[in-house]
Write a protein that binds this ligand. Structure first.
Ligand code: BGC
Length: 387
């Protein structure tokens, strides 16, 4: 059949886009005038499942630099200036991409899935059919199982994006992977904008009904070193989801008022982290999901973090209903990371935008079910700055 004018235009556009993508990579390999936003693509010598791990570096004119790799779609580093202009890496992790293959990273910088956080009893029922998952956290399933999305190789590609410099990671999780039904086709894009935003766009479709809850698991330290107890945190939430002793939500949405979970006004994390509140005993500190206060759907501010000594700030906005604030309670000095730093108790914290833990077993929580023909589309925006 002869091609229509529309087809011809489409194919010409595709060629142009492909050429533009290649050019942007090639161009940025050459020295750039200071301040020009760039995306570079560097292969490593490491192969996983027959694919080479590649590293992408995004920079903007304001001196922010984010590096991510195709293994686990992991953010390896995130360099931002402090209030004097001195740049530091504000996320925990390892220098050498190969180090992540050892399998003992506590999800440093990774995209977590197919289901971020816990599913109680490592099982759920969907459309009347029971599904069994790996119990990799006591009796429960955590962060997608034994080999979740943080431990597999994705494809990576720089993409043209009017908002800034971008890299897209794509992967299809096969039907039955880690016990989940349906082949899940995903695209996670990191876009660094001139306004120091890192926009994370998540897109997924499935060929069978399934459950999905993807999140970004960076461990932040806005001082670049030491513990995070002096960081001030605000969480835009009046309620949180209390948990049992295995960290599975009880189903209740409890008010934060009068508890250590009240971050409606900025509070030092260290102020109440040692509280006797029974909920704080279960997680050995903060390891809970907050029910975000939002006026309708769309992007809304979830949290604001500030570190007085460096002056660095981080704002997190999201389309998701929940935020897991994890105060790095299980870091215990056994891992040595970038710059030979030993990661001790509470040397980093996670702000994981998400649907609530154990939603597949909690009919009253917002649903995490994705069906064929539907699009899973969420967005989280991290903005770094100084005060
Ligand atoms: C969980 C913690 C867990 C940590 C690292 C967080 O998202 O809530 O309980 O220890 O990830 O695995």
């Amino acid at each position: 059949m002869p091609k229509s004018g529309y087809d011809n235009t489409l194919s010409a556009m595709r060629t142009l886009l492909a050429v533009a993508a290649v050019m942007s990579v090639a161009l940025t390999a050459a020295p750039q005038p200071p301040g020009k936003p760039t995306v570079t693509r560097t292969p490593t010598q490491i192969d996983v499942d027959g694919k080479r791990i590649e590293v992408f570096t995004l920079t903007n004119a304001a001196g922010v630099e984010v590096t991510a790799m195709t293994y686990g779609a992991i953010i390896l580093s995130w360099k931002t200036p402090d209030r004097t202009g001195k740049s530091t890496d504000i996320v925990l992790g390892f220098e050498d991409p190969a180090r992540y293959l050892k399998g003992d990273s506590p999800y440093f910088g990774a995209i977590v899935g197919r289901y971020g956080n816990r599913i109680g009893g490592a099982r759920f029922v969907l459309d009347g059919k029971p599904y069994a998952l790996a119990a990799n956290d006591g009796p429960n399933h955590l962060h997608g199982g034994k080999r979740g999305f943080d431990k597999v190789i994705w494809d990576g590609e720089p993409v043209k994006d009017s908002r800034g410099v971008s890299v897209a990671f794509t992967r299809t999780s096969p039907d039955g992977e880690e016990g989940y039904p349906g082949a899940l086709t995903m695209r996670v894009t990191y876009t660094l904008t001139p306004k120091n935003e890192l926009i994370v766009d998540y897109l997924a479709t499935t060929d069978k009904p399934t459950v999905v809850n993807l999140t970004q698991h960076s461990y932040f330290n806005l001082a670049g070193d030491g513990d995070i107890l002096g960081h001030e945190l605000r969480i835009n939430a009046d309620r949180y989801t209390p948990v049992d002793k295995t960290l599975i939500p009880t189903g209740e949405l409890a008010p934060v008022e009068g508890t250590p979970f009240d971050f409606r006004k900025p509070m030092r994390i260290g102020a109440r982290v040692a509280s006797e509140h029974p909920q704080m005993q279960f997680g050995r500190g903060y390891d809970h999901n907050w029910v975000l206060a939002r006026a309708g759907a769309g992007l809304s501010v979830a949290a604001e973090l500030y570190e007085p000594s460096s002056g660095r700030s981080l704002q997190v906005s999201t389309t998701e209903p929940g935020l897991q604030f994890y105060s790095g309670n299980f870091l215990d000095g056994t891992l040595t990371g970038k710059g030979n730093r030993v990661y001790k108790h509470r040397n980093g914290l996670c702000l994981e935008t998400q649907h609530f833990p154990d939603s597949p077993n909690k009919a009253s929580f917002p649903t995490t079910v994705l069906r064929p023909g539907e699009k899973y589309r969420t967005q989280t925006v991290f903005v770094t700055g100084v005060r």
